[in-house]
Unconditional design. Sequence first.
Length: 275
Amino acid sequence: MGASFTNWDLQGVEPTRFVGFDNFANILTDSLFWLYLVNTFYFMFGLPLAMAGSLFAAILLSQKLKGIVAYRAALYLPSVTAGVATMLLWKALYNPDFGPINEMIETILRLFGFRDPQGPKWLEQVSIQLKQWGIGAREAIIIMGIWASFGGGNMLLYLAALTNVPQELVEAAELDGANRWRVFRNVTWPQLAPTTFFILVMGVIGGMQGGFEQARVMTQGGPAGTTTTLSYFIFNKAFTEYQLGFASAVSLILFFIILIFTIINWKFGSKEVSY
């Protein structure tokens, strides 16, 4: 924390000294900082879909079917793969020239009568339309994150929570004539509230700190800085430009942003949780 109030520079251009709030003033007037903050929030738009995907997978795997243990292991297995290896795989899948994703999209478009269709550039473009908004590098990374969530740790949390739903409540609702949707909405979903609240809080914390690996491995923060998050910004400032004082100040700002959102989640979200 103390380093954020100094001009600490690993290049040793000038002696390290106390600069007060100069680093924070420079950050708040830096347009790149605000772009990277927007990017950080933008990536979190995938969190609700990721949570829904985890819940959907958990519901499927909670069924009493023959060989369900094998299905659970098969779905969870990709989550134990090294993150870098998974990202390199997705980078190849997103390749605009020979990637399987574009091959599939172009094949489908040809079936609908489109001549010489061109798939998105994915990681190489900002977007298809509307300047920075559309299908581009940020959206590609969000899609990858949603896919990864289907069989990850959140799925296990929901699966464990589903096994603790009182079956007598489910049976009582079914005897009253409730269909599966009503049973889920009125019985199962309220029982999952503590787990959902925990996943939401941890997801927000992780999302605000995330984005470094994806940017480092897949895009180097591009194109046009649209995949650079605050964590990758901190890394570049500290270990590429050697401005450790500035990077420490950004880290402190990020800490307080996460703290504020956690307090908000805890204050308002916990009211909906019945333990």
